[in-house]
Design a protein. Structure first.
Lengths: 350, 268, 292
């Protein structure tokens, strides 16, 4: 009996040592990619390795903030390429944790859709390459909803009692109330944020659930009939049930961008440039976006996107809306936001 | 008496069925052709194919298993030794240390992960398997410690005393008398620790290094695209492997016990 | 006095000291450091964008007294109590009966019980979602048995959260009760029965008393994590039950207010310790001494 334990212990120790020493491929041929899981189809990663000989070491974070905390402790090192959300990249650049791109190495840089360039977080496009955009829409099942939804204001309709599902991002959901009141997503006026909080409390009875992951499932199974969800979820929902209606809210449209950047002390910036350039190729890019389900940020890729996906990955040609990005706001305004959000959630639980 | 046993067995069975219910559903849905995790779209093996192509998934699984076994073993050693030794030392600080060592399970994981991140970088520990093991051990120790401690209560001290009177050294008495008596508690604590470590994501994300992605990290970070049934497929494979190992260990155990019986015979 | 001094230097004490040394060292190096950092953090000011400013303030603690945040503490507390109570009721008999099984089955049971927890908790929760869903497995079953005639809409309600919590933490109770019931001397129970005690009496006076430490440590082991667990409430409760863990996560990861998150954690830590202390006092079990 005792022997078995000792043996098990020895085995485990050996394993750990092997894991420690065994996997240390040389620096030049490894790309340390740091982003959420499932951002690329496996084939694209495999083909990149086959073509360039660079292996991809894919590690993940859950929240943008975790990424920033880790990058900060690593002093901008360890990772070669990071893909994260717009607002955090602004902070990353301000903290000096990103390096400027060498555009001579990016021959496909011109493929990027200019709509998604020169935004607040990188106004001169020096640091980042966008990889997918999310646009806040409302999705609903017309069979279960009696009214015609055209904007955020309709969500307050009493016929929607206990039937709306929303994502758990408070800037988006609080912002929705701000929009209904005719304000900007990014207002720093506390009284306006508090007014939005009051407005949200009236919405609470209509809320059935608040969650980030797989919200589309609930819409498809009839658990909810209206959803305010992430773009990839909208895509999945629409693919499964084409009868669902997607609405660009009349009050104005919020959107966000995910973008790739190279940390300031990346061990292998060369490989990072190669990878960015690789996924900027129109055909590769089209495959990535079909997989990802976010709006395509690559203009040249649009013609390669199959018909099935075209509606969800590209903006309508006649698209004209008041588009606004969610940006960083003052600490005080942020505190007001978290307070009204907590109140809203517990009111929804009543 | 007979009836009582039947009732007891019925109860055990019922609870076990409830415990396995979600697992059975996980297995069924691993064969779902739809990407939507709760809509049945027909039978398919495509998630298994996807899984087999994804080498990083298996790397992550290996990391997770190494991490869980190292930290549960480490916790078992530290926790058991301390639980056994604590009543016998009279240090004034022992109550305090005992209390502090249980704090990691009273603090929400996310803040613990965050302070570990800062602290490890402060003492210049390189992030990787070592930091992962340390962090996981910290929240595994309390479980082993408490279970062993509860088990030690009321264990017949006279047995240990008797052994010592018969000339057994302190250490010998521990291995021959105490250890076999507290083994179920150590094992329970280790199994709980193993399961906790294998499932931890929040702390791991903070203290992991570049090369040490764990399985839960891969599962929980699919925020942007949603969790796919690939994970169900992996869970099914893991369950299958566990079952196999369990059966195998029962088999080996049988061999072992035969062997022991043979020895006994010889001894007689 | 002289004797005690002598004892300190005896071999037995030396061995005992060596045995507790790893825990002391580990706690000193890897637990106290981070905890002190957290404590310090809770008295600092947040920076405008990211990180903290090294200025002392009590604002974080004062903010906790806003009614909305106090309410989350009460909510967490209520949920933890409900969960622990139900787990004790369900888990105690299980651990007790398990200890009565014969030797071979005892060992097997330990592993059978453990296997479901090999899979990711997220995946297991998805399993529950499928069970609870409107017109899902549970609804179909109940309707087929004519117990209900319409879908219950159980998902994203409080009962669903409680089921999820009980499910996740039940093994802690079972293992704990089992490991203390397993050493029970059944001949004592037999003897009591022979002396004319009813089986209930025998259980109450002997078995229950002797398994008390297991039950108590089980209660502690389930109560502590249930105060901080929140993602079950998120996934099965549709995020509508706001718990402290949830609040802390949002403060850290979304509002970038680390000091407030640290203060919330400190208060949670103190409250949990206090609860266990009171519980220890009320139950007045000497065996629990030093458990927490």
């Amino acid at each position: 009996m005792k022997k078995t334990y000792v043996l098990a212990l020895a085995l485990v120790l050996c394993f750990s040592l092997l894991a420690g020493c065994g996997r240390s491929p040389s620096q030049d041929t490894q790309l340390n990619l740091f982003t959420w899981e499932g951002m690329f189809p496996q084939e694209v990663l495999d083909e990149f390795t086959a073509e360039t000989g660079i292996t991809i070491n894919y590690s993940n974070f859950d929240f943008n903030e975790t990424m920033l905390a880790k990058l900060q402790t690593a002093k901008g090192g360890d990772y070669d390429l990071v893909i994260a959300d717009d607002y955090i990249i602004e902070t990353v650049i301000a903290e000096g944790l990103a390096q400027k791109l060498d555009k001579s190495k990016l021959k496909n840089f011109g493929n990027i859709n200019p709509v998604y360039q020169s935004q607040f977080y990188d106004s001169k496009d020096e640091y980042t390459v966008p990889y997918g955009a999310g646009i806040q829409t409302i999705v609903y099942d017309p069979e279960l909803v009696d009214i015609d939804i055209t904007g955020y204001g309709d969500l307050w309709d009493s016929s929607l009692k206990n039937s709306i599902g929303v994502i758990g991002n408070y800037r988006v959901i609080n912002g929705l109330a701000l929009k209904v009141l005719g304000e900007s997503y990014n207002t720093e006026d506390i009284s306006k944020i508090e007014a939005a909080g009051e407005k949200l409390l009236e919405l609470a009875p209509n809320i059935r659930l608040i969650k980030d992951d797989n919200l589309q499932d609930d819409l498809l199974t009839g658990e909810i009939s209206v959803g305010v969800m992430y773009t990839s979820q909208v895509t999945l929902a629409k693919l499964s049930n084409p009868n669902l209606k997607v609405v660009f809210p009349s009050e104005g449209i919020g959107f966000g961008i995910m973008a790739a950047f190279i940390p300031s002390n990346a061990p292998n910036p060369d490989a990072a440039h190669k990878f960015i350039d690789y996924i900027l190729q129109p055909e590769v890019s089209a495959r990535c976006f079909e997989w990802l389900g976010f709006y395509c940020t690559n203009k040249a890729a649009e013609e390669y996107i199959s018909e099935e996906y075209k509606d969800f990955l590209t903006l309508p040609i006649d698209f004209s809306g008041d588009m606004e990005m969610i940006q960083r706001i003052s600490a005080e305004a942020e505190e007001a936001h978290t307070k009204i959000w907590t109140e809203f959630k517990s009111a929804a639980g009543k | 008496m007979k009836n009582n046993t039947k009732l007891a067995n019925f109860y055990l069975g019922l609870i076990l069925v409830l415990m396995y219910l979600p697992i059975i559903i996980v297995i069924i849905y691993s064969f779902n052709s739809s990407r939507i995790s709760s809509v049945w779209g027909g039978f398919s093996l495509k998630w298994y194919e996807e899984l087999l192509r994804d080498k990083s998934m298996f790397d992550a699984m290996a990391n997770s298993l190494i991490l869980a076994s190292s930290s549960s073993i480490l916790a078992a050693i530290i926790g058991t030794l301390a639980a056994v030794g604590m009543p016998k030392v009279n240090l004034r600080s022992k109550g305090v240390i005992e209390y502090i060592s249980t704090l990691p399970i009273m603090i929400p994981e996310i803040i613990l992960g965050m302070v570990f991140l800062t602290y490890f970088s402060l003492i210049r520990l390189p992030f990787g398997m070592i930091t992962l093991v340390i962090a996981h051990t910290s929240f595994c120790i309390p479980y082993v410690y408490m279970l062993v401690k509860a088990r030690l209560v009321g264990i017949d001290k006279s047995l240990v005393e008797a052994a010592k009177d018969l000339g057994a050294s302190e250490i010998r008495a521990f291995f021959d008398i105490t250890l076999p008596l507290i083994l179920p508690a150590i094992l329970s604590g280790m199994l709980l620790s193993f399961a906790m470590s294998l499932d931890d994501v929040v702390i791991s994300i903070f203290v992991t290094g570049v090369n040490t992605n764990t399985l839960p990290i891969k599962i929980y970070t699919q925020l942007k695209t949603g969790v796919t049934p690939k994970i169900n497929a992996l869970s099914t494979l893991m369950l299958g492997a566990t079952l196999l190992i369990c059966l195998l260990s029962v088999w080996i155990g049988k061999l072992g016990s035969h062997h022991r019986e043979d020895l006994k015979m010889e001894g007689n | 006095m002289k004797r005690r001094l002598f004892e300190c230097f005896s071999l037995a004490k030396c061995v005992a000291f060596l045995a507790v040394l790893p825990l002391f060292v580990f706690t000193f190096i890897f637990i106290i450091g981070p905890l002190v950092y957290m404590l310090v953090l809770s008295f600092l000011q947040r920076a405008e964008v990211w990180g903290v400013v090294n200025k002392f303030t009590l604002k974080n603690y004062i903010d906790i007294f806003k009614p909305i945040y106090l309410k989350t503490f009460i909510e967490s507390f209520k949920l933890a109590l409900t969960t622990t109570f139900l787990i004790a009721i369900i888990g105690y008999p299980f651990g007790y009966f398990m200890a009565k099984l014969d030797g071979k089955w005892k060992k097997r049971m330990m592993f059978i019980l453990f296997i479901p927890f090999w899979t990711s908790s997220l995946i297991r929760l998805y399993g529950w979602i499928i069970i609870f869903r409107a017109n899902g497995i549970l609804d179909k079953l109940l309707m087929a048995l004519n117990i209900t005639d319409a879908p219950l809409k159980l998902l994203y309600t409080y009962p669903a959260v409680v089921v999820g919590m009980v499910y996740a933490l039940l093994p802690f109770m079972i293992y704990s009760v089992y490991s203390s019931a397993e050493k029970l001397d059944w001949s004592l129970v037999e003897a009591a029965r022979d002396l004319g005690a009813s089986s209930l009496q025998a259980f109450w006076t002997i078995s229950f008393r002797l398994t008390m430490p297991g039950l108590l440590s089980g209660v502690v082991l389930t109560f502590i994590p249930s105060m901080g667990l929140f993602f079950i409430a998120d996934i099965l409760g549709g995020n509508k039950v706001v718990l402290v863990g949830n609040l802390i996560q949002e403060q850290l990861m979304k509002a970038h207010n680390w000091p407030f998150a640290a203060a919330l954690s400190v208060v949670l830590m103190i409250l949990t310790s206090l609860m266990i202390y009171i519980y220890r006092r009320i139950s007045n079990v000497k065996e629990l001494e030093g458990l927490v």
